[in-house]
Design a protein around this ligand. Structure first.
Ligand SMILES: [Zn+2]
Length: 346
């Protein structure tokens, strides 16, 4: 079965967008499986039997990629609230969370910090067609290189693993095809060599920025979630200790994002959704733009950059023959107006 989509402008150029103007095309054409093409209806020769989806005025975008999600968590179970639930509850709750994430335009999600391999179960159920959800890249269990905002009994940035331990983890998982993503390095120069992405990177300093740039390490900086944590955290049971650390760190992290971006450090789009509700994943784009990213650059963090960091740049985050053909329809011109991201893509 062929499917045609008749829509407005599409981001048709999979090359880094700063190298060329926005591609415009009025039609897209997809087949089941990893095949996709775009162009005018005449050029594509859409079969007469094809199902055509009409989306007038809708802008087509590559399927978005969230590199840091917690699908198996609930922001309303803050603090020690999680102790009220069984271990299996978190796998169950991942099912509606996956659907909401997909509906928000995120067709690929790297899930971090799962317990009991619930992220792997989620991936299996989605791939088997049992439930709806994004393509899952399960990162499994987590460890923190340093203390974080939601850690207990540590200060933010307090060293928890030695550089030698981090290096040992990276050397152990690398040959198995896994990609290590420790979080919150203050001084990434030490032990950075085998690390692909750094989560949060809130306290990264000039030395760390220079090292990340030199070594081509991706930063995954969650810039939106403080707005939810500060407005809703207390009523969700988040402890005052954690709220206080969040208040201290949020603006520092945002400023460091701007500095790192300006210095040319590579960025991917990681939201930490799970700390805040799924479905709002796209709200971070507006914060990235506010702190220095060009709208096009912000979108690239969730498309070609994230795909590259995952080692899947020919499959996801692009629209071209051979890719999966994940498409998202958005209303409004999100290159000109970051406010468009307040409304979830459809
Ligand atoms: Zn997280």
């Amino acid at each position: 079965m062929h499917t045609g989509i008749a829509a407005g402008p599409a981001y048709a150029n999979p090359q880094p967008a700063h190298q060329g103007p926005r591609g415009r095309t009025s039609n897209a054409h997809a087949r089941p499986g990893p095949a996709f093409d775009r162009g005018s209806r005449d050029r594509l020769k859409v079969p007469s039997a094809a199902e055509v989806v009409d989306l007038p005025g809708v802008t087509l975008l590559f399927g978005l990629i969230d590199m840091h999600t917690h699908l198996d968590s609930d922001p309303e179970a803050g603090g020690y609230g999680f102790l009220e639930f069984t271990d299996a509850y978190w796998t169950v709750i991942a099912v509606p969370n996956a659907r909401k994430t997909l509906k928000a335009g995120f067709t690929t999600a790297r899930n971090v910090g799962s317990s009991d391999w619930s992220d792997v179960a989620l991936k299996q159920a989605i791939e088997a067609g049992k439930i709806d959800g994004p393509r899952i890249v399960p990162a499994g269990y987590s460890f923190g290189a340093t203390g974080g905002v939601f850690s207990h009994n540590t200060e933010s940035g307090q060293q928890q693993l030695t550089p030698a331990e981090i290096k040992a983890v990276a050397e152990d998982v690398g040959p198995q095809g896994c990609s290590p993503c420790p979080r919150r390095f203050r001084h990434p120069r030490r032990g950075l060599a085998s690390i692909d992405t750094i989560e949060h990177a809130s306290l990264i300093d000039d030395e760390g920025i220079a090292a990340a740039r030199k070594m081509g390490t991706w930063l995954s900086m969650d810039l939106y979630n403080t707005e939810y944590t500060q407005s809703e955290g207390a009523k969700n049971g988040v402890l005052e200790d954690n709220l206080c650390k969040d208040r201290e760190i949020a603006e520092v992290q945002r400023q460091n994002f701007g500095k790192a971006l300006k210095a040319g450090v590579k960025m991917v789009y990681g939201t930490d959704a799970g700390v805040y509700p799924r479905g709002d994943n796209a709200r971070q784009f507006a914060v990235m733009i506010r702190y220095g990213a060009a709208p096009r650059q912000a979108i690239q963090t969730a498309t070609i950059n994230a795909a590259d960091a995952l080692g899947q740049k020919d499959k996801v985050g692009v629209i071209k023959p051979g890719a999966f053909g994940d498409l998202v329809g958005v209303t409004g011109d999100h290159l000109q107006n970051s406010g468009c991201w307040k409304n979830p893509p459809s």
